[in-house]
Design a protein around this ligand. Sequence first.
Ligand code: ADP
Ligand code: MG
Length: 155
Amino acid sequence: MDSQIFTTYNSEETRDLGKKIARWFTLRSEATKGKVICLYGELGAGKTTFTQGLAGGLGIKKNITSPTFILMREYQTRNPSTRNPLTLYHLDCYRLEKPQDTAGLGLKDLFNNPDNIICIEWAKKIKEFLPEKRTDIYFKNIGEDLREIKIIQIG
Ligand code: ADP
Ligand code: MG
């Protein structure tokens, strides 16, 4: 999977795509090197909806909302296929004023830990801090409930 484009017709389909990607990340050994998922797209494009599906696919039962005011949330779970402990970090950089404001989060260590999956909304705001190996996902509202979702493996 280097680059793939999907069209979803409602939010449930976007959640299902998130679930599918979660499975892909936890089943495929070659995916272990790219567990940073960067989400791009305007407000309402479907980034949080996708993350809800991703979390569900990782066995996280809690309802995922956008961590807009606290920057990052953490969810403990287990890899559905290996049962090893796994942590999902959900970041939302929408309100971030400057990339340096993420300094206290220790992002580099989080990125390097193979037992983490890090999902970043508004990733373009911290582009200088993103790792070389990652998954970029672009969300585009193409009218009413239609969304075009492009997934690109980088590095
Ligand atoms: P973002 O996090 O990108 O700002 P959200 O996921 O919070 O966006 O919101 C997307 C909104 O669009 C939700 O209200 C959702 O119900 C609606 N929606 C309609 N169609 C879709 C679709 N195909 N995929 C995702 N969300 C959709
Ligand atoms: Mg959001």
